[in-house]
Design a protein around this ligand. Structure first.
Ligand code: A3P
Length: 274
């Protein structure tokens, strides 16, 4: 914690607080933190650690863009400031507001197989409620209606219907300003996905395969460079409750048509199992 405080206060000569030129807009539980931390290995990327909720929260947005800029970290003029707020993806207002900040903002969207995302989302909510001593209904009760259909009103199900949300972004931003990261690949082979992002951002290719190593204890890739190594917090890469495979398969079938629409809209096929 102390080093974080120092890092925040430390200001190199020639640095300023700048508005983000690139944003990670979501999707929640698809690896947004891993993406931001991994990109932060790049010397030309300056991350804002906290989720700002500036573009999706009316009260915060009302503070104005200067308020937002002042929350950003100090950066050199050759650096890209990057912020991530996963709920931007599902916000009605965020696309136009981000466009109003800067029409050339580059957007990073990370997606993951939608049924796994629902389970990950459920697990996060379950654990945060448990910490407050509240037990939530089991997974099948959350995702099914009383007559056994997939409950489309459950928020986690809505979020995984990527096609519905991505349309709002494509109505405002040209496709080539949005880079879509495959969150399942980011888990299995982070370098290949991160390399595509550094190319998309037209940065010198400073991040290499050497920056990632598999940590057997964590069961995920972790990061290192000359001076440090780090894994994500324990809340990232949790074990999920057991779910009947038939239920997961019902969920996957439900998402299939939305997935096809999504592939079509973005011109990228993720081949998620159905
Ligand atoms: P689980 O905890 O359900 O496995 P977000 O940061 O958007 O909330 O996403 C969290 C997810 O990031 C985790 O979901 C995990 O699967 C994924 N992830 C991807 N790469 C990771 C890594 N290197 N370490 C830990 N979690 C990673």
């Amino acid at each position: 914690a102390t080093t974080e405080v120092y890092r925040k206060r430390l200001r190199f000569r020639g640095t300023q607080r700048r508005l983000p030129q690139a944003l990670i807009i979501g999707v929640r539980k698809c690896g947004t933190r891993a993406l931001l931390e991994m990109l932060n290995l790049h010397p030309y990327i300056q991350k804002n650690g906290a989720e700002m909720h500036f573009f999706d929260d009316d009260e915060r947005y009302a503070n104005g863009i200067e308020w937002y800029r002042k929350k950003m970290p100090y950066s050199f003029d050759n650096q890209i400031t990057m912020e991530k707020t996963p709920s931007y993806f599902i916000s009605r207002e965020a696309p136009a507001r981000i466009h109003a900040m800067n029409t050339s903002t580059r957007l990073l969207l990370i997606v993951r197989e939608p049924a796994d995302r629902v389970l990950s989302d459920y697990t996060q909510i379950m654990e945060s409620k448990l910490r407050k001593g509240i037990q939530i209904a089991p997974f099948h009760e959350k995702i099914l209606t009383p007559d056994g259909e997939i409950d489309e009103t459950y928020k986690a199900i809505k979020i995984s219907q990527y096609a519905i949300h991505v349309l709002r972004w494509l109505n405002v931003f040209p496709r080539d300003q949005i880079h879509i990261v495959d969150g399942d690949k980011l888990i299995a082979d982070p370098f290949s996905e991160i390399d595509k992002v550094q190319r998309f951002l037209r940065l010198p290719l400073h991040i290499t395969a050497e920056n990632f190593y598999f940590n057997e204890t964590k069961g995920f890739y972790c990061m290192r460079n000359e001076t440090f190594q780090k894994c994500l917090a324990d809340s990232k890469g949790r074990s999920h409750p057991f779910v009947d495979p038939a239920l997961m398969s019902k969920l996957r079938k439900f998402f299939a048509p939305f997935n096809e629409q999504f592939y079509e809209m973005v011109g990228q096929n993720f081949s998620w199992p159905t």
